[in-house]
Design a protein around this ligand. Structure first.
Ligand SMILES: N[C@@H](CCC(=O)N[C@@H](CS)C(=O)NCC(=O)O)C(=O)O
Length: 219
């Protein structure tokens, strides 16, 4: 019997983009079910009753939640092609550390850029840039976080690239001027078709944020 794979997702989600990338790399056919997070479906609430968040991968009826757990699950189940994790245990632990850092820091700071009050904007922008500069330090002179080739940390970070123009518009700053190495890295990643195909149009991200700010009454 063929595997039944369903993805509950929201098209602009940095988390969802990682799962879409992993599924595309492995060549897995799946049904995509777009979720409205302002009006959560019974299916989402049933499949992720703890966090009630997307993405959720449903594999043969069973849910897997939390993006980095989903991506590692995909890598462990579909082993025939495109390994997503480094094979060396130390490199794997190192990659997990940085992916975890990105998850603990970048999403919340990025969100603050377009939700904060005017008087706090500069401090929030500074916090965001500091986080990216730290990541630039980890990248060093390597072409990718994975070394010579695109890897787990690259996959974790690259979806933020299509959010950069939105951060720049609301924060009124230039990420490229502050962190040129991260932007050069992102452009390098975008040359890979499976990466550029799994990212969304930055204009759609911007429109989505404008819609959310209206829904949440943020002036
Ligand atoms: N730690 C979660 C984060 C996922 C997440 O924050 N998803 C957001 C959309 S980007 C969500 O579903 N938010 C709905 C809510 O917070 O109610 C993961 O890695 O999957």
């Amino acid at each position: 019997m063929a595997d039944e794979v369903v993805l509950l997702d929201t098209y602009v989600s940095v988390f969802g983009m990682r799962v879409r990338f992993a599924l595309a790399e492995k060549g897995i056919q799946y049904e995509y079910k777009e979720q409205d997070l302002l009006n959560k479906t019974p299916l989402l609430l049933q499949m992720n009753p703890i966090h009630k968040k997307i993405p959720v991968l449903i594999h043969n009826g069973k849910p897997i939640c939390e993006t980095l757990i989903i991506v590692q699950y995909i890598d462990e189940v579909w082993t025939d092609k495109s390994p997503l994790m480094p094979s060396d245990p130390y490199e794997r632990a190192h990659a997990r550390f940085w992916a975890d850092y990105i998850d603990k820091k970048l999403y919340d700071i990025g969100r603050k850029i377009w939700t904060t009050k005017k008087e706090d904007q500069e401090a929030v922008n500074k916090e965001f840039i500091e986080c990216l500069k730290l990541l630039e330090g980890e990248l060093g002179d390597k072409p990718y976080f994975g070394g010579g080739s695109f890897g787990f940390v690259d996959m974790t970070l690259i979806p933020y690239y299509c959010w950069f123009p939105t951060y720049e518009k609301f924060g009124n700053f230039s990420i490229e001027a502050e962190c040129p190495k991260i932007v050069a890295w992102a452009k390098r990643c975008m040359q890979k078709e499976s990466v550029s195909k799994s990212l969304v149009d930055p204009d759609k991200v911007y429109d989505f944020v404008v819609m959310l700010r209206q829904a949440w009454d943020i002036a």
